[in-house]
Design a protein around this ligand. Sequence first.
Ligand SMILES: Cc1cc2nc3c(=O)[nH]c(=O)nc-3n(C[C@H](O)[C@H](O)[C@H](O)COP(=O)(O)OP(=O)(O)OC[C@H]3O[C@@H](n4cnc5c(N)ncnc54)[C@H](O)[C@@H]3O)c2cc1C
Ligand code: FES
Ligand code: FES
Length: 484
Amino acid sequence: MTMTSTPTFVRFVLDGAVVEADLAQHATTTVLDYLREHLQRSGTKEGCAEGDCGACVVLVGELNAAGTAVSYAPVNSCLQLLPTLDGKSLKTVESLQRADGKLHPVQETMAASHGTQCGFCTPGIVMSVTGLLQTVPSPTRDQVKDALSGNLCRCTGYKPIVDAAVKASQAAPEQLKLDDQADRALLLQMRQSSASGTSAAGRPFFAPSTVQTLADCLLAHPQAMLLAGSTEIGLQVNKQFARPEQIVYLGNVAELRQVEDQGRFWRIGAQVSLSEVLTLVSDDYPDFAEVLRRFGSPPIRSTATLAGNIANGSPIGDSMPCLLALGATLELRRGDVTRMLDLEQFYTGQKKTALQSSEFIVAVHLPKLASGQVFRAHKVSKRFDQDISATCCAMRYEFQDGRLAQVRLAYNGLAPSPCRAPKLEAVINGRRPEEVTAAELDQAVAQSFTARDGLRASWTYRALLARNLVLQFVEEATAQEAVK
Ligand SMILES: Cc1cc2nc3c(=O)[nH]c(=O)nc-3n(C[C@H](O)[C@H](O)[C@H](O)COP(=O)(O)OP(=O)(O)OC[C@H]3O[C@@H](n4cnc5c(N)ncnc54)[C@H](O)[C@@H]3O)c2cc1C
Ligand code: FES
Ligand code: FES
């Protein structure tokens, strides 16, 4: 049975050399700890160990299918577990130094523009900017700011840092590009020789390569922890000292990394990252894309998955209001049995789901808008970027004879799990936009949810948001109808 590509060792490429680490010993070691404690690469810093500060950002490289180029994604090394690096390459701030000892243009301009003071944040910032310049050679200031939304600097202020990034982008492309010629050859060798291991009894970390072997593996190991992008599990390892005895990693299952256009919906595999989902929805659902652009930061979104967000089931999970309003369904599998479930039936309580033992999400089916349908969504949080929602509200509707119809409205932050709001939908459905009143919505909010003050927002504030976001969407609908 093809079960894992990492039989007993984790093997990855670091600056033209293969690094091999014992799997059993390092199943829950973070990439950050391995770099600092075992490879003496202390340029990568630990600030928060929870994905918030960006001091630990490194670039993870994957060889393309043709074996001709490596694509890089910024990741928070404090959240990623070492075995997920198997078959990939890694670039740290130390990788940037040239053979002649010269600094990389991003490092040079950071120094020249006074973009660094105490220097603690600097390696992470340099890696985020270097990562951006691999794919966007001439970024705008807004693109630089977005790339740095997960990098905190307490000393310098961001203007000189953004100046440095823009100045660096004017360097010759060959100077900006990461040197990975030697890495490519090794990655190719590793791909060709990758052992297709056998039954993995007793191993702590399984990395199946097909959906079938994943399903078999979960049946055989029902207690194993399923690992996707690691942005939740990394926290559990660092902050709650979770040391699961067995982990099943989805990252090597190629089928789960696919997005398929099925005509009326997209089938989004469970290992598709939020960065990819953001790109996918940006034309059809700009509001959904904006919610995702404010989801964590680029290093979080490059690994975090849509399915992981759903399965995690946090009451303030941001993708779910959008998915609920759009009528998303989940493709679930246990052993050889596959079933479809509406997302609105998935949550059975706070962080409780309808998933059975050994069952997993294979894909999310995201409907496309039918003609005449409108979708709106907005997330409210204290800070614009990288912050947790007070609430996020999403609404899909259409007009029938000037009246709002087929309304689907969903929130996070108001109930034990993200949910639709049928009583508010009833207030809106069948009405002309100008007929929808604040008083009726307030009454429906009071009837729908149990008032609870939270750390991030009082109930009074959340209830006001729940009503005002709907009023805003409805008011915009009025304006839209008037234009027709
Ligand atoms: C700094 C930071 C910022 C964040 N910002 C946001 C934010 O703005 N909005 C927001 O909503 N969340 C945010 N999160 C939370 C987190 O990033 C998301 O919930 C993310 O989508 C989880 O996906 P993952 O792939 O990383 O999941 P993982 O950490 O790999 O797994 C999470 C859970 O889902 C389960 N799971 C994963 N895949 C499957 C599957 N296919 N089938 C069944 N179970 C599965 C795992 O077993 C685990 O229990 C943030 C987290 C951090 C650390
Ligand atoms: S150490 Fe702060 S994001 Fe990793
Ligand atoms: S230079 Fe000190 S934190 Fe950025």
